[in-house]
Design a protein around this ligand. Sequence first.
Ligand code: ADP
Ligand code: ADP
Length: 221
Amino acid sequence: GLDVTTRALSRSYVRGGRTIEVLRAIDLHLDPGSFTVLTGPSGAGKSTLLHLLGTLDRPTSGEILYDSLPPPDKRDRDLAAFRRTKIGFIFQFHHLLPEFSALENVLMPTWISGKDREDTSWARTLLEEVGLGDRLDHKPSELSGGEQQRVAVARALVMKPALLLADEPTGNLDSHTGLEVFTLLQTLSSRFHMTCLVTTHNETLAKKADRHIAMDDGQIR
Ligand code: ADP
Ligand code: ADP
């Protein structure tokens, strides 16, 4: 897992001539292989923090260190490779491609990286790991909501990321299915020693994590 440290991480937006400070000097440390839940009211800055940690957005000031190093510069093609190989993302909505099977959806990141199209063994293993070993050829529309999100989990792991960022991964699921997907993420985090940061509005789930961070108004409380 990646060791992630932020130092005075700040992000502001200018809107209608006013500066809005969405993240205010956040100092956060995620231990390698740790599983952390992030909660906070809507607008607290959780998604913004995940985008920054995922190098999808850049800080206004402050920095993020991954194993003590800054990410590659954004002008550098290495930033895309860094993101693709080190970081996995899961969102509230699975964004699976409807025309493709579960197995093909999981393989998609490897195709984008130009890997051998024929090597499907790891993707198959992951689909078995998330409990879908008998659903490899199903299209997303032939799967339940929980199964679709499990495919998205397998897809997020196919590049063997050292950091997994999940923004409301259970937000679109009923509480029973949400608990199953959440527990699966915990299991995978420990199995693969993967650093995980998961946002949720569900206090019951938050209590199950090793560590719980609460955010409000751009700060950690
Ligand atoms: P959360 O995920 O906790 O609900 P967000 O990180 O989505 O919070 O948003 C925090 C604040 O940042 C909100 O007030 C939101 O309107 C603002 N914000 C997020 N992205 C942008 C943007 N691209 N431009 C302007 N304001 C933004
Ligand atoms: P600009 O486009 O404003 O000139 P750069 O792309 O050169 O900015 O980035 C400014 C600095 O911010 C660089 O040193 C870059 O490495 C650093 N940087 C970019 N993304 C991050 C990040 N996620 N965490 C910490 N530093 C970052």
